[in-house]
Design a protein around this ligand. Structure first.
Ligand code: SAH
Ligand code: F3S
Length: 452
């Protein structure tokens, strides 16, 4: 056995659920090779920062963090620092130049070769003359996007005893003009449905009862003659699975069949994330979202008709290039009309290489203008959310207990409608389902009391 085996790896993940799932995949791949997972960078021999590229702010945070990690490498030069994920793919070799103490950059399709690349760096360092002041291996960049890579046959390391992320699709075939994802994760590729179903069966056998199916446009899934709503129904019928969620669907692929499956299958939660982005047709067209406000609203109405008590969430971008004050107001009006239970709100962030960078300079709003809009949007959303959630106080909901709360006697769980509830109970009930009376709300989350 090689000497490098049984070293400690620390993976720090930023960004979306898909990236969290990728972090678990990297851990799984390395554990399989004898690595131990460490919970702290200070104790690790290999530090992987699994990054996000969706907005500039996300990247700045990561660059700052990577800079901090340099401190560890100064003290222990043999530590390997890797940057993985979407920002690694986007910046590639540039990142190695900007941060010369980084040993490895690896994009989202490179993880299968992670053990081998770490080994190369390790062996390179060992073979340096011992008096060399910088005893380190080669700096490696693994940046090929691979349409054939969906990580079949590899085992994800699942840390939650309760729920599991299940990536069913990687990449994206859309080209929303603001979005970097298609460039850093490549075109859409779907896993075979039989592989997905086998994996969910294993998840259930291991005692996890909740699964979340993941993909960039998860509901455009289609593979070996199985489309998304068919897959979803099969997943929901697997013995032992009590809750099924999925994210992120594209509004255009929200079909009546999908909504019917959601309504019919008891395991599928009454929750739908429907990214709107803007409430104005001209802006939507410039974003290349391929739907209009009216068609979006039709989906919302149909979903609410078919699935009683449906909880809806969305993503909104403000200050997209060329967005006028009136067009922004249209977004606010639409929020007031739809009344989303939750909204993830963003200021437009320019991403090099995306089509939106080609709009004329005069279309771009200043950060100050964007911030004013964002603040206003958040205010409108919070007031709606507060209203909705106050109306839910007094209900008794089924809660799946997920983890300890901030206070020692408290646990945190979620309702089927994806609302977070904190209540007093022993942490021994983590992983189990309980009826909980919602006694109050902070606006976004709930306080509760065990009702059974
Ligand atoms: N595949 C998902 C979106 C992935 S990105 C979907 O279609 O819904 C998650 C969210 O980040 C997007 O919905 C969008 O609201 C936001 N986002 C993406 N690119 C952005 C950018 N350049 N600036 C600001 N927000 C962005
Ligand atoms: Fe991005 Fe649009 Fe795809 S938001 S991930 S290009 S659906």
């Amino acid at each position: 056995m090689d000497e490098f085996v049984a070293k400690k790896v620390y993976v720090e993940t930023y960004g979306c659920q898909m990236n969290i799932s990728d972090g678990e995949l990297m851990e799984g791949i390395l554990v399989e090779k004898g690595y131990e997972v460490s919970n702290s960078a200070e104790e690790a021999d290999v530090i992987l920062v699994n990054t996000c590229a969706i907005r500039e702010h996300a990247e700045e945070r990561v660059l700052g963090r990577v800079g901090q990690l340099y401190g560890i490498k100064k003290e222990r030069p043999e530590v390997i620092i890797g940057v993985t994920g979407c920002m690694a793919q986007r910046l590639g070799d540039n990142l190695l130049q900007r941060a010369p103490y980084v040993d490895l950059v690896m994009g989202p399709d490179g993880y299968r070769s992670l053990p081998e690349q770490l080994e190369r760096i390790h062996i390179g360092a060992k073979s340096m003359p011992s008096r060399s002041s910088k005893k380190r291996g080669p700096q490696l960049a693994v940046l090929d996007l691979d349409v054939g890579e969906n990580y079949e046959g590899l085992v994800q390391r699942r840390t939650s005893p309760v729920s599991a992320w299940v990536p069913i699709q990687r990449g994206c075939d859309h080209k929303c003009t603001f979005c970097i994802v298609p460039y850093v994760r490549g075109p859409e590729k779907n896993r075979k449905s039989s592989d997905i179903l086998n994996e969910v069966r294993e998840i259930a056998e291991a005692g996890r009862t909740e699964v979340t199916l993941l993909g960039q446009t998860v509901n455009s899934y289609e593979s070996d003659g199985v489309c998304f709503h068919e897959l979803l129904r099969s997943v929901a019928r697997i013995d032992g699975i009590r809750r099924v969620r999925f994210t992120s669907p594209h509004p255009n692929d929200v079909t009546p069949e999908l909504l019917r499956v959601m309504a019919e299958e008891p395991a599928i939660c009454e929750q739908l994330h429907l990214p709107l982005q803007s409430g104005n047709d001209k802006v939507l067209r410039r974003m290349l979202r391929r739907y209009t406000v009216d068609t979006f609203l039709e989906k919302v109405t149909l979903a609410r008709d078919l699935i009683p008590d449906l909880s809806l969430s969305t993503d909104i971008i403000v200050a997209f290039p060329g967005e006028s004050e009136d067009q922004f107001e249209d977004t606010l009006d639409l929020l007031r009309q739809v009344r989303f239970d939750d909204a993830y709100t963003y200021k437009y962030s320019l991403r090099d290489g995306t089509p939106a960078t080609r709009f004329p300079d005069s279309d771009f709003l200043s950060n100050e203008e964007a911030q004013i809009r964002l603040t206003k949007l958040i205010e409108v959303h919070r007031s709606i959310q507060n209203d909705i959630n106050k109306g839910e106080v007094g209900r008794i909901e089924e809660v799946l207990v997920e983890k300890k709360g901030r206070e020692t006697s408290q646990v945190l769980g979620r309702t089927r409608r994806n609302k977070v509830v904190a209540f007093n109970a022993s942490s021994e009930i983590i992983g189990t389902y309980h009826q909980v009376l919602l006694t109050g709300t902070t606006g976004a989350t709930f306080m509760g009391e065990l009702a059974n």
